[in-house]
Design a protein around this ligand. Structure first.
Ligand SMILES: Nc1nc2c(c(=O)[nH]1)N[C@H]1C(S)=C(S)[C@@H](COP(=O)(O)O)O[C@H]1N2
Ligand SMILES: [Mo]
Length: 414
């Protein structure tokens, strides 16, 4: 190495001939579109939790001002959450190489001196700190939540949600400042004008080992590989085998009617088989007219209905439609005094600990005739791991609202 400066603050320290406005601009424009989609699908995912309905779903209902956009999550099309959340997680993972390459391409700027030339420059650098910090935070918490199965039980939602607003605010400011120049750079290059004058270009570059196009292809190839090894978890069928990187991808477990993905097993949730048997288990339903206790035989004497619905988890994986059979939630509401227009519903399971042992469903979800307290799946009794003796299944809702091992239903406006 000939006279390489020791400090990264010296322009000559950075030698890669790949750095330059074109490389940075192409990656930036990809992220402009991608991160906007991530933000929108993320907000949708949050709305789908019914966070404003009850502190059980979210400890800071509505998230104050940031929850301004919340709306009652619809119950159709039934694949809605499967689609929005599959897109959110798959796209997030696919964009990781692009994000890293983009950060790499501008890393010399992190070290420019003086740290601030003017107030405007100082503000810009602070916004970049929020941008880079926020971006790394969002991608890291997202990937950890998917890969490690709720490493931040209960706290992932507020962290990822607040982080998203900080990140996206900085992202919008950055895009407004930089996107026009990025578009010009890419257009100029397309017209064959190769002139590149920028502080991103190394003043004394090393000889290239790969072209800029080649480097971009490498990044794109990395993204494609991540995409192909992730997307199968939300497609199902033969594609599920391709989801090598997704913890709940891979082939269907076991097989048979109950042979589809399991999130938490009965053993993990601490469900004692003694509590779920014919003799012990009672469903306690409370509403306007009081409380009713039903054993399994009584539930089976009520009108039984079927619906074909998927399980779609916040982690991005989902199942194909399963054929559920059981009692309609609105028929259970009618048992306790709500004929015609059912209210909200508070669901509690036999599980004693854990964030997802309770859930609040909105009136529109209770009213939908496809929303069931399911006793059967695919023609067989629910297996212990899928929620025996009874579980909630609601169309288009996130997995967490499909409470397993149900013990108590409380109808009433929340
Ligand atoms: N009681 C209880 N119900 C629960 C959960 C839980 O941890 N406890 N996990 C939920 C989550 S996050 C998902 S994605 C679905 C998964 O359902 P499955 O395991 O039958 O596929 O169950 C939901 N129901
Ligand atoms: Mo889930």
């Amino acid at each position: 190495m000939r006279d390489r400066p020791l400090l990264p603050t010296a322009p000559g320290f950075w030698r890669s001939p790949l750095r330059g406005p074109w490389f940075t601009s192409v990656l930036g424009l990809v992220l402009l579109v991608g991160i906007t989609v991530l933000f929108v699908t993320g907000l949708l995912s949050y709305a789908a939790y019914n966070p404003g309905l009850s502190p059980v779903n979210d400890t800071t209902p509505g998230k104050g001002l940031l929850g301004f956009y919340l709306f009652p999550w619809p119950t159709g099309p039934v694949w809605l959450y499967r689609f929005t959340q599959g897109l959110h997680v798959t796209l997030g993972i696919t964009l990781v190489p692009v994000l890293l390459a983009k950060l790499w391409s501008v890393v010399p700027r992190l070290f420019t001196l003086p740290p601030a030339r003017s107030l405007a420059h100082a503000l810009e650098r602070v916004s970049l700190l929020l941008l880079v910090g926020g971006g790394l935070f969002e991608f890291t918490t997202g990937v950890l939540n998917v890969q490690l199965d709720y490493v931040f039980p209960g706290s992932f939602y507020p962290l990822h949600f607040y982080g998203a607003w900080v990140f996206f605010a900085a992202f919008v400011a950055h895009a407004v400042l930089k996107a026009p120049a990025a578009v010009r750079t890419v257009r100029r290059r397309r017209r064959g004008e190769a002139r590149e004058e920028s502080d991103l270009v190394a003043p004394r570059p090393d000889p290239p080992t790969v072209s800029r196009r080649g480097a971009l292809a490498l990044v794109g190839g990395g993204s494609l590989l991540l995409f192909l090894t992730t997307v199968g978890q939300s497609l199902g069928g033969p594609f599920r085998r391709t989801a090598l990187l997704a913890p709940h991808g891979g082939p269907d477990p076991a097989g048979g009617p109950n042979g589809f993905q399991i999130n938490k097993t009965a053993a993990y949730a601490g469900i004692d088989p003694a509590e779920t048997g014919q003799d012990a288990w009672r469903l306690v339903v409370t509403g306007r007219t009081g409380t009713v206790r039903l054993d399994r035989a009584q539930l089976l004497r009520m009108p039984q209905h079927s619906s074909s619905l998927p399980i779609a988890c916040v982690e991005g994986w989902s199942t194909a439609d399963q054929w559920w059979r059981g009692v309609r939630l609105r028929d259970l509401a009618a048992l306790v005094g709500y004929d015609g227009d059912p209210p909200d519903l508070f669901v509690e399971s036999l599980q004693r600990h854990g964030a997802f042992r309770r859930a609040a469903l909105r009136a529109n979800q209770v009213a939908d005739g496809r929303s069931l307290l399911a006793l059967y799946v695919n023609g067989e009794e629910l297996s212990p791991d899928h929620g025996h003796p009874a579980r909630i299944i609601v169309p288009a809702a996130p997995g967490v609202l499909n409470t397993k091992w149900v013990a108590r239903l409380t109808f009433g406006d929340l």
